[in-house]
Each structure stands twice: as C-alpha cells, then as structure tokens.
Design a protein around this ligand. Sequence first.
Ligand code: CP3
Length: 356
Amino acid sequence: MPDVLKNDRFLRALRREPTDTTPIWVMRQAGRYLPEYRTTRERAGSFMGLAQNPEFACEVTLQPLARFELDAAILFSDILTIPDAMGLGLSFAHGEGPQFARPVRSAADIAKLAVPDMDGELRYVMDAVRLIRRELHGRVPLIGFSGSPWTLACYMVEGHGSKDFATLKSLCWNEPKITHQLLDTLARAVAAYLIAQAGAGAQALMIFDTWGGLLGPAPFREFSLRYMAQIVADLNADPVSRELPVVLFSKGAGAHLHEMADTGCAALGVDWTIDLADARRTVAGKVALQGNLDPAILRASPEVIRREARVVLDSYGNHPGHVFNLGHGITPEVDPECVKLLVDEVHAYGRTLRAG
Ligand code: CP3
C-alpha cells in the first residue's frame, strides 16, 4: 500500500507548482554536525559499516528529521558506492576523505569495469531505500542520489580526494577515447543505479557533479554534461523513474545552467557563487532551482543566518520553483541549533513572501 505523502512541498516546488511556503532540505543533513550521527557511526565502526547496514542507514537518515521541520529526506549513503561495487575497494579513514585500494589507471583497468549488479553488490542500497520509505510513513519524500560519471571518475582515477583531480584531467587530454569508455560505463551504471533506487521507493533523484566546475566550457560539455544528459534520457525512458523529478547539481558550473536546463531534468542545484535572480532568468522557467546559501554562513550569528536566508529567498522572489538548500554540504563544526533557526526562518519568510 503506497503511503499518502503528508508533505509534498518539495515535490511540488520541483514541478514548479505553487506551495504554501518554500521547502528546504540541507545537503549532508545527516552528518557529523549531529551528535546522534557521531554516536551511530561509532556503533557502526566505520563510515562504510554505517552506509552498508540498512538499519543504521535508515536510523541516520531520519535523525535530522527528528530535530528539524525539513521537507525532504535524503538516503544516507555515498556517491562512491558504485566504484566500490566495481571492485575498487573504498575506505574512509577517520577524519580523512575517501581512499580506493585499487584506483583505475590503465586502459586494461577501464576495460575490466562492469556495471554492478543492483540486486547483488548494491542490494544494501535498495534495502536501505525500502526500509527508509517504510519508516518515513509518508512524512516527507525520499531523495535517492548518485554521483555524476565525471565526479565518480575523478575519485576512481585519482584514488582519493584532490583539489584539481589532475590525473583524470591528464587522461582526458592524453587518452580521450579511454576516458570516454570509462565515462560511458559509469553513465550506464549510474542510470541503472538510479532506476533501481526509483524501483525501491525513492521519490526524487539527484545527481551530484561536485567536480564539474573543474572543467572549461568545451570539456564540461564533452566529459560531464553529455553523460548527465544521457542518464536523464535513460531515466525519462524508464516507466518507473520517468515519474520522478531529477535534480542536477554541478558545483562551480554556473556558466552552464542554460545547457543543463535543456537535458530534461526537473531542477538544477546552484552553488552560492550565482545570484538566484540571474539563474532564474537564465533557465527561463524550464526548470526549478535548488540552493544556494553559502554553508559557511551557518557558522555566523543567528541574526546573520536569518538575514542571509532572506537574501536567498528574496533573490528567487515570489515565484514557484524554488527549493531552499545550501550551495554545498553542511560542515561538521555547525551548531545544530543554527540549522533549526535556518529551517524555521525559511518557512516563516517563505510564507511572508507569498503573502506579497
Ligand atoms: O546529504 C546527505 O545527508 C546524504 C548523504 C551523503 C553523503 N555523501 C554522506 C557522507 C551524500 C549525498 C554524499 C555525497 C558525496 N560523497 C559527494 C557529493 C556531494 C558533495 O558533498 O560534494 C561526494 C563528493 C562524496 C565523496 C565523499 N564522501 C567525501 C569527499 C567524503 C569525505 C568528506 C568529509 O567531510 O570528510 C565522504 C564521506 C561522507 N559521506 C560523510 C558523510 C556524512 C562523512 C563521513 C564520516 O562520517 O566520517
């Protein structure tokens, strides 16, 4: 029996329909700034232990919703589950970023990669989606997600985090054919992964292209956008996932919003370097927008947080199609009370905006 959704503000905003106020969720809303997250992570023993256990993943997904009036839940997982399932051996050392035991470097490494089995290596993700949907009881919609092929390739080729992911960028210039082979395999994997999440009960889908902004205009089109467009086309061709709005978020790629809006996605995530009024004009009513408070503002005083939240809401203005979010993930030092006052301010001022 499918649940009746009690709060559909987020989905309505993604469809650019009117809402009583502006919906809000926060990238990385289940994370280390919450003491209860740190406690569960301790019990799980490691980040992957947390993400691969559906009960733990469900528990931490729901933690921020118990504290704040958020309008969406996001599956607790990571974008690097796909490369891990491809056999690269993912681990997270405490306080450090991701690490692959077997990074992908050569043509032979890339030729060996296969789309993982969604009912095999990645079944734990679908089990988590099913469990979270059940435990949400229709309170808010559940977002499923994946990394973009480009962003996944950044980590797979480098083997760990980096400021510039120079190893993949060299591969683009030196071995474009092999790079495309890698990105094509990843695009097929991401589409299958998101379709499986939709089948398991996700109600919206988001693609994180965290490192798209490292590329110049032509390489962005060739190595990032093209594969995201292919995935959106695959999602829109599947009878289950075609019903779900898709959000594309390329950080630092504000110059490409007009092209991204033409992919067939429902919404674009926007980082804080872009004025939402400009972004709204650029996408010309084709898509909704999600964003874009600078996460660093959550470390300021309550008055500044409230004021800057209103600046973001005013920049979008009284139009349908805005989902409030940060321009990137929340950081571990943030005081949870600051998230509470942000959520409450967005809802209160969003109502005022609509009252004209
Ligand atoms: O938004 C949510 O609450 C859902 C969960 C989520 C996580 N990672 C949990 C996580 C999502 C959507 C992601 C996406 C993700 N993971 C991205 C794209 C979005 C972005 O932030 O740019 C990227 C690039 C990754 C890869 C990744 N995972 C990195 C670079 C790190 C280390 C970052 C850090 O702050 O140390 C992770 C680990 C990770 N993923 C954590 C969380 C809560 C922290 C791990 C911990 O508990 O120690």
